[in-house]
Design a protein around this ligand. Structure first.
Ligand SMILES: *Cc1c(COP(=O)(O)O)cnc(C)c1O
Length: 387
């Protein structure tokens, strides 16, 4: 079955729910047991059943099963945010004395976690050039346990050669983790490309309506799932049942939303390429982008999230652009139905590959509005820079 069909039918069980199509929302802390013996044996349910509210309910599991199936993995654990999925995936597999390799271009709070918290726990992080490909092998030390990838990179959209890197990692006995949020589970299939653990900020395209935060950690096999479940359950992290329900509801329409996001994103990106105010558009879906060949080889589509580098460098001039916009709001997160714009400042945080572009950078998320209206809005903003 194709993804579009699976989206409409995954995680339904009407036979056990009075014929009702959507899974019910279970609100739960206490789970009652029938006998002392059953309670004593409750850990038998830790990975596969309902044991306690904070370890998940059929609502949590309905969402997790759907995400695991779409990503093409074995099983999935749902977390309270995308960042929680990133940090707990790392904590699941790292111990004091271990070494971690992280792409220089990962989501900034991921770096902060490595630098401020993992370092305190005795884990050493090295940041690598995201375009290193199979060359990652030279960076792997005897104590390297994890290679963390994110493609394309946050804010600057460099593509990584995930299959080559995952292959080298596996040959050397190192786990490969991927933040797959940009592609969503529809446009990149991490496990078919050799990845061990895939992370989704479900907050973005899965939820799709800018109204909740949630995360997903999906694993290649049952053994890795149990490691993750022990870590997430042990730390006591769990999303609320209503958010799980809303994320599962968002998932149902993800394919149609993404098709529109992609079409509009490409139109706006091409339009911006022609504008004299714009120096570069950073978007691997565009022919001519340095990552285009890898994107075309490995992905089946593109998110509507990309950046532009302006010729203009002065914030006070770009402020005019941003304040002239009526449809693009200034705000973090993305993947909802509405268009957003956000400044990007890679230079202070990059260490492996210094960021040398001088122009002011803006990240755009293209929503589901009419594209001509969006272009008129951007035209208004760009013209306002002239003063
Ligand atoms: C947004 C985002 C996250 C974090 O998700 P939250 O739910 O906002 O915590 C992680 N990785 C990437 C690539 C993201 O865009």
């Amino acid at each position: 079955m194709k993804d579009e069909t699976r989206l409409a039918h995954l995680s339904q069980d009407p036979e056990r729910n009075f014929g009702i199509i959507n899974p019910p929302v279970y609100h739960a802390s206490t789970v009652a047991y029938g006998s002392l013996a059953e309670f004593r044996n409750r850990y038998a349910r830790r990975y596969d059943g309902v044991m306690y509210g904070a370890l998940g309910t059929p609502t949590t599991f309905a969402l997790a099963d759907a995400v695991a199936a779409l990503e093409g993995g074995a099983r999935s654990v749902t977390t309270s945010s995308g960042l929680a999925a990133v940090t707990m995936a790392l904590l699941s597999f790292l111990s004091a004395g271990d070494h971690l390799l992280v792409a220089d271009t990962v989501y900034a709070p991921n770096r902060e976690f490595c630098d401020k918290i993992l370092s305190r726990l005795g884990v050493e992080t090295t940041y690598y050039d995201p375009r290193i490909g199979a060359g990652i092998g030279a960076w792997i030390r005897p104590n390297t346990k994890v290679v963390f990838m994110e493609t394309p990179g946050s804010g600057t959209f460099e593509m990584q050669d995930v299959p080559a890197m995952a292959r080298v990692a596996r040959e050397k006995g190192v786990l490969s983790l991927l933040d797959n949020t940009w592609a969503s589970p529809l446009f990149f299939k991490p496990f078919a490309q050799g990845v061990d653990v895939s992370i989704q900020a479900g907050t973005k395209y899965i939820a799709g309506h800018s109204d909740l935060v949630i995360g997903h950690i999906t694993t290649r096999n049952e053994e890795l799932y149990r490691r993750v479940k022990d870590c997430v359950g042990g730390l006591g992290d769990i999303p609320g049942p209503d958010d799980c329900y809303l994320a599962l509801r968002g998932l149902r329409t993800m394919a149609v939303r993404l098709a529109r996001h992609q079409e509009s994103g490409l139109r706006v990106a091409r339009w911006l390429q022609q504008r004299p105010e714009v120096k570069r558009v950073l978007y691997p879906a565009l022919p001519g982008d340095p990552g285009h060949a890898i994107w075309k080889r490995d992905f089946t589509g593109a998110a509507s999230l990309f950046s532009i580098v302006l010729h203009e460098e002065r914030e006070e001039i770009v402020e005019r652009l941003v304040s002239a916009l009526k449809l693009f709001r200034l705000g973090a997160s993305w993947g909802g139905y509405e268009s957003l714009i956000l400044p990007v400042y890679p230079a202070p945080i990059r260490t492996a590959v210094p960021w040398t572009e001088k122009g002011f950078m803006l990240r755009l998320h293209i929503g589901l509005e009419d594209v001509d209206d969006l272009l008129a809005d951007l035209e208004r903003g760009l013209s306002a820079m002239k003063g």
